[in-house]
Design a protein. Structure first.
Length: 277
């Protein structure tokens, strides 16, 4: 268990705060930290936070950053009157009387200092705290991508072709979903399967062309900025629209072929035969 913490601009609705806040390690970066930040400190700190009146879900939740800054600052002054050993014995032992392994009192203190500093830098922001399990709200993990064949680690036409192929197949499943008007479990399973194929193709593409995690973080920050500014996508040229139409046609053709294959599959034929008996 962990806390879900967000420190964001006061005009950001609470229900989307965790979706738009940047990761804690990216706070302060201009191209990512545009509306605030979020983090997930472990719930193992609960007794420690409670003892010094800085519980994220009750003491701090809903307060302005400037107020949180003062509250945390007061707590840190009180914490400083005790040794780490004393704090561990009182607030960081498991049921067997041993020091909890996940997290530490020094890490909790450092986190409080970082919260205080961030709130001081952004006094007009608000603090939101909820009990939650990781992962956070409104995000999807792409997972870890591994290359299955060494030849895919080098730039070549195969990366482009594979990415186009898998994206078209994912779009075809999406068409099934929309056409059926339902999240049928079979369609969902296919959707996840094709989605993972796209992620694998994207990851392989990134590895082949040397795209780094830092490049992706910066790029996603710029991408989010374009969406917020209403400039995402932009106007397409005639040639670009022709290519997009071609990709859409490819997805449509794949959709038709896959639908026909499913109808003619042995399982489908057996099911249809039973229904007409």
């Amino acid at each position: 268990m962990s806390y879900d913490i967000a420190i964001v601009r006061s005009d950001i609705p609470d229900d989307i705060a965790f979706m738009v806040a940047c990761d804690w390690q990216d706070r302060g970066l201009e191209y990512l930290d545009m509306v605030g930040t979020s983090c997930n400190p472990t719930y193992n700190y609960a007794r420690f936070f409670q003892a010094f009146h800085v519980r994220p879900t009750t003491d701090l939740h809903g307060r302005s950053a400037i107020v949180v800054k003062d509250m945390v600052d007061d707590a840190l002054k009180e914490i400083g009157k005790h040794s780490i050993d004393e704090l561990e014995r009182k607030y960081f032992l498991d049921d067997n009387g041993k020091v909890i392994r996940w997290g530490s009192i020094p890490n909790a203190i450092q986190w409080l200092r970082e919260v205080r500093d961030y709130c001081e830098q952004n006094p007009g922001y608000k603090f939101l705290g909820h009990d939650a399990e990781i992962p956070g709200h409104g995000s999807a993990s792409l997972g870890t991508v591994r290359i299955f064949s060494p030849e895919y680690a080098q730039p070549s036409d195969r990366q482009w072709r594979k990415l186009l192929e898998e994206t078209a197949e994912l779009a075809a499943v999406g068409m099934d979903w929309v056409a059926d008007g339902t999240s049928d479990s079979r369609i969902y399973d296919r959707l996840v399967e094709e989605y993972c194929d796209v992620v694998e193709a994207l990851g392989t593409f990134a590895i082949a062309y040397g795209v780094t995690d830092e490049d992706i973080r910066k790029g996603m920050g710029e991408c989010e900025k374009r969406f917020r500014n209403g400039t995402a996508g932009g106007r397409k040229t005639v040639e670009e629209n022709t290519i997009i139409d071609g990709l859409a046609e490819l997805s449509t053709r794949l959709h038709k072929v896959q639908t026909l294959e499913r109808k003619n599959s042995p399982r489908a034929l057996i099911t249809n035969r039973k229904e007409h008996q």
